[in-house]
Design a protein around this ligand. Structure first.
Ligand SMILES: Nc1ncnc2c1ncn2[C@@H]1O[C@H](COP(=O)(O)OP(=O)(O)O)[C@@H](O)[C@H]1O
Ligand SMILES: [Mg+2]
Length: 220
C-alpha cells in the first residue's frame, strides 16, 4: 500500500511537471515523506530527463535520478514512437524495479505521466494502462483557456472508461492571463470533478499548499 498519485494533463506542455513538483513539495511540507517519479520520459537532453531533474530539485528529494527516471528516450516524441525511432523495445522492467526501490524509501510517490492520458508508452498500451497497472489515482492538470472544457471532459471520460480513481482537476496558468471563474464551475459541472486548486502564472511554492490540503481532505 502506498500513498501515490499520477499527475496527468489534458495535453503536453500543460504544466504537469510544474504542478507535480510543486504539489510534491507541498505534500512533503504537510508531513508526508513522498518521492517523485517520471517513470518514462522522451526528449532527453544531455542524457537526462529535464522533467526528472526539475521534479527532484523542486520537491527536495535526494533519490537517485536513475530511480526517479528509469526509462528515457532521445526523440521528443510519444514514448512508443521515440522507441521505434531508436529501434528499441519499451521494456518496463526497469520501471517496476525503480518503483519498488523508491517505495522502499518513501511512503508514496508523486508520479508525472507523459503527454496526456492516451499517449502510447508501448503500442496500444497508454499512460492510462500504466495508471491502472500501478494502481495510481489521478489528478488532471488543465488549461484555463478556451478548449479546456472539451479536453478536460475527454480526459475524465477516458479515465473513467479505464476505471481509474480521480481526485480532481488543477487549473494551471502556464501562460499569463485572467481566466473566467465561470469556466471553473462549468469544468466542475461537466466533469463531475472538483477543482483542487488554481495555480497562478509563476506560482510561489506556497500556492500549492491549499491543493495539498484539498487532496488530504479527499483522503489522499
Ligand atoms: N504556472 C506556471 N507559471 C509559469 N510557467 C509555467 C507554469 N506552468 C507551466 N509553466 C511553463 O510552461 C512550460 C510547460 O510546463 P511543464 O510543467 O513542463 O508542462 P508538461 O510537464 O505538462 O509538459 C514550461 O516552460 C513551464 O515552466
Ligand atoms: Mg513534463
Amino acid at each position: 500500500v502506498s500513498r501515490s498519485l499520477l499527475v496527468t494533463g489534458t495535453d503536453t506542455g500543460i504544466g504537469k511537471t510544474v504542478v507535480a513538483a510543486g504539489l510534491a513539495a507541498a505534500l512533503r511540507r504537510a508531513g508526508l515523506d513522498l518521492g517523485v517519479m517520471k517513470p518514462v520520459a522522451s526528449g532527453a537532453r544531455r542524457g537526462v530527463s529535464d522533467d526528472a531533474v526539475y521534479l527532484r530539485k523542486t520537491a527536495g528529494v535526494d533519490d537517485p535520478l536513475s530511480l526517479v527516471n528509469p526509462l528515457l528516450f532521445k526523440a521528443p516524441l510519444a514514448p512508443s514512437v521515440a522507441a521505434a525511432v531508436e529501434n528499441r523495445r519499451v521494456d518496463l522492467r526497469p520501471v517496476r524495479a525503480a518503483w519498488r526501490e523508491l517505495l522502499r524509501r518513501r511512503e508514496g510517490l508523486v508520479v508525472e505521466g507523459v503527454g496526456g492520458l492516451l499517449v502510447p508508452i508501448r503500442p496500444r498500451w497508454t499512460v492510462a494502462h500504466f495508471a491502472k497497472a500501478f494502481r495510481l489515482p489521478l489528478v488532471i492538470v488543465t488549461r484555463p483557456k478556451l478548449g479546456t472544457l472539451n479536453h478536460t471532459a475527454l480526459t475524465a471520460l477516458a479515465a473513467r472508461a479505464f476505471g481509474l480513481k480521480l481526485f480532481g482537476l488543477i487549473v494551471n496558468f502556464a501562460e499569463p492571463g485572467r481566466g473566467d471563474p465561470r469556466t471553473w464551475s462549468a469544468l466542475e459541472r461537466e466533469t463531475r470533478l472538483p477543482i483542487l486548486g488554481v495555480v497562478p502564472h509563476r506560482p510561489k511554492p506556497a500556492a500549492f499548499d491549499p491543493i495539498a490540503k484539498a487532496l488530504l481532505r479527499l483522503g489522499f
